[in-house]
Design a protein around this ligand. Sequence first.
Ligand code: NAD
Length: 422
Amino acid sequence: MRMYEENTTEMCEALASDLRKHKQEAIIMEVEFLKNDLRHTLMCLREWCKPDEPEKSLVNIMDKVRIYKDPYGVVLVMGAWNYPMQLTLLPLAAAIAAGNCVILKPSEISPATAKFIADTLPKYIDNDCYQTVLGGIPETTELLKHRFDYIFYTGSTRVGQIVHQAANKYLTPVTLELGGKSPCYIDNTADISITTKRVLWGKLVNSGQTCIAPDYILCTKEVQTKFVEEARKILDEWYGKNPQESPDLCRIVNQTNFHRLTTLLKSGNVAIGGKSDVQDLYIEPTILIDVKPSDPVMQEEIFGPILPVVNIENAYDAINFINSRDTALVMYIFTLDTQVQDLFVNGTQAGSMCMNDTIMQYAVDSLPFGGVGNSGIGAYHGKYSFDSFTHKKSCLIKSFNLLGENLGSSRYPPYSEKKTNF
Ligand code: NAD
């Protein structure tokens, strides 16, 4: 906590250097997020560490049954570059709280943050137990050759598979926080003005470089017309006539991602935006319409400020569309119709769901955050983070009480029909 309190300015500066993150975004989405998580952990840790005493059956009435919370041992935490403080330091704090030693690997794609972490952490935490390793693919490849007791990785599904394969060699348990295309369904019962604000904010915070950003919209043509009309007004209000001049929009992290994104701008027709500037790593907030499911923008996670709209006829159509693709990290549903909400809850699979908002589910401590299928393995946040880094060691403590001994004595030979006649 002291590290966050004493280095808030330095943390914001590193985030501005890596992603041109506005101070407000840096504080809310990273620094304060980390502090809140730590406050919650500190408040609950004594309780979480206590052994659980689960229910007993009659056979164990005289005994004690307990579940002890053991640390795994030495944990490898590999952070991501898009929220590079939060996605690196949050799992680190959880691994420490659960009693593990940690090798921390920040992403080299956000170098200022990686340097800040490597320089600053040793001043605040025990260097014998917690070490930071800097580097890119060769260093990660080397690290993954070693035996760890747990690996926690945040990043793409492609690299997640590499990590999983490396872990498999030693049967190391993993949490893989991965990505994917998170759909966003909007119907005509949703308040279109509030919906558009919430969807655009979720898409444009960090310039769309958010694993839980709504990736694409599924709606009817009628809803699309209203959405685009509202979006034009809102974007003008938020970022002005020339969004490139706004201090509130982050930049694309590097040229590789910039070029990947500009090719996606060619899908469908541009309804809003569409400009880009390679010198400034700037991509204008863009809404694409007339997008076909086979277009390039619908083949991979966008991870940028581009929002395609795919037209469907109704909720059943949307569900069929979603179910024909990889499992999403998050599913966003905007509707007031509870029957439609239930259709999505029961008819689709996703890491998590959020009705009538975007991103905000991530900040609810009591909800586990994680993917399923291609979007990941395991979950964290709040107590789920502590649980991720904890082996649940069951223990039966038998008494020598004669009543208990008699209750269990039918297990001893000589065996007989009578003893198995339940
Ligand atoms: P990435 O996953 O490609 O790279 C991450 C790290 O992997 C880098 O540090 C790199 O050095 C290493 N790496 C790359 N190739 C490697 C290889 N062959 N062997 C070993 N290590 C290798 O990063 P990315 O694709 O830019 O990350 C974006 C993805 O991460 C998106 O899909 C996003 O949704 C996902 N993500 C998920 C979460 C989450 O919490 N679920 C959070 C942030 C990002």
